[in-house]
Design a protein around this ligand. Structure first.
Ligand code: PLP
Length: 358
């Protein structure tokens, strides 16, 4: 039996989206049919997210583009804001690429505050500040808008780079209004697509910076992506995952029809439902006021055997996630993003209640 995915990625993929991958016979990426497809995807992304930044789609999971972003726009130093496993990953990616990374770090479950970033920027200049909008390992959302504002106030030339993997399409973001220079998300989270693609929005400011950065690499080179877009008839430098792009194209039309506002509302309603449920039976892991809109991390105050719980849920056609890394068994995570509805979540929670006798 299929287990409906309430894990924080990959998320449940609707049947019509799965089928959309096979909508057309294979086409060549140097054919007009591909140019038309990619052009529609990019322009729809820019339209839906209402931004002047340049949308790009990479055939890679997000981690590749996290690496590519640092290679593209950081010559030397960057400041990471770390409050969980994914923000720590991005910090390390810069280091292994020979950049000088420094980090502000808070305990897992806590959020990064704008004042912390302000303090660091007053002491030293950084080329970029890295923010993980939604820390999927802990279920904490960082106050991206306020952090970006502090960066722009104190250090106008510093770029704001955002991992929005588990947020983009589910939690509100105003790319231009907040001044986000690079924001990226793989599509297997809030976009509810099969894994394999990553969407990024890159500002003119970031592209200008990239012109002065050496060793940007090849596969993720923003300037090469732009060159193929501008001078090679809306192509990509290398062969993309064309079938996945058909699915993305289909899903973007659905997202446009739903509207992002309604999508954000739906995610907020699911988050509220998950939190209320968790507060009544367990406790929330996230610092109050910073709970994630797309994944709820629940403290296992009842000492439930999470592995057994998930096995029994599996027999009933659901899957949730254990706590991440060191939080295993102490917490568990319920993902509520993508195409899931409050009705889906309600039936998951009712099943958990039955199993644990709550
Ligand atoms: C899932 C996730 C990643 C990793 O993305 P991949 O697509 O698996 O490379 C990075 N950051 C965050 C916040 C995530 O949720």
């Amino acid at each position: 039996m299929h287990k409906k995915l309430f894990i924080p990625g990959p998320t449940e993929v609707s049947h019509d989206v799965l089928i959309a991958q096979a909508r057309e016979p294979m086409i060549g990426h140097r054919m007009k049919a591909f140019s038309d497809l990619y052009h529609r995807i990019v322009t729809t992304l820019e339209e839906i997210f209402a931004t002047k930044s340049h949308a790009m789609v990479f055939t890679s999971s997000a981690t590749g583009v996290m690496e590519g972003t640092l290679r593209n726009v950081v010559n030397k130093n960057y400041l990471s804001t770390v409050n969980g496993a994914f923000s720590e990953r991005w910090f390390k990616i810069g280091l292994v690429n020979g950049k000088e990374g420094e980090k502000i770090e808070v305990d897992w479950g806590k959020a990064i505050k704008p004042e912390m970033v302000a303090d660091a920027l007053k002491k030293k200049h950084y080329e970029a500040v890295l923010v993980t909008y939604n820390e999927t390992s802990t279920g904490v959302m960082n106050p991206l808008k306020d952090i970006a504002e502090v960066v722009h106030d104190l250090s106008p030339d510093t770029l704001v780079l955002v991992d929005a993997v588990s947020a983009l399409g589910g939690a509100p973001v105003d790319i231009d209004g907040w001044g986000v220079d690079v924001i990226l998300a793989s599509v297997q989270k809030c976009f509810a697509l099969p894994p394999g693609l990553t969407v990024a929005f890159v500002s003119d400011k970031a592209l200008e910076k990239a012109k002065n950065v050496e060793n940007r690499g090849y596969y993720f080179d923003f300037l090469l992506m732009m060159k193929y877009w501008e001078t090679r008839n809306f192509q990509t430098p290398a062969t993309p995952a064309i079938s996945l792009m058909w699915a993305l194209d289909h899903q973007l039309q659905k997202m446009k029809a739903e509207t992002l506002e309604k999508r954000y509302e739906r995610h907020a309603e699911m988050a509220q439902m998950a939190r209320n449920w968790a507060r009544e039976r367990f406790a929330l892991f996230a610092e109050p006021g910073y709970e994630s809109l797309t994944v709820t991390t629940v403290v296992n105050t009842r000492n439930v055997d999470i592995v057994k719980l998930n096995e029994e849920l599996g027999r009933r056609g659901f899957a949730i996630s254990n706590g991440y890394g060191k939080l295993k068994n102490q917490t568990f995570r319920i993902g509520h993003m993508g195409d899931l509805t409050t009705g889906d979540l309600k039936s998951l929670l009712a099943n958990i209640d039955e199993i644990i006798g709550a």
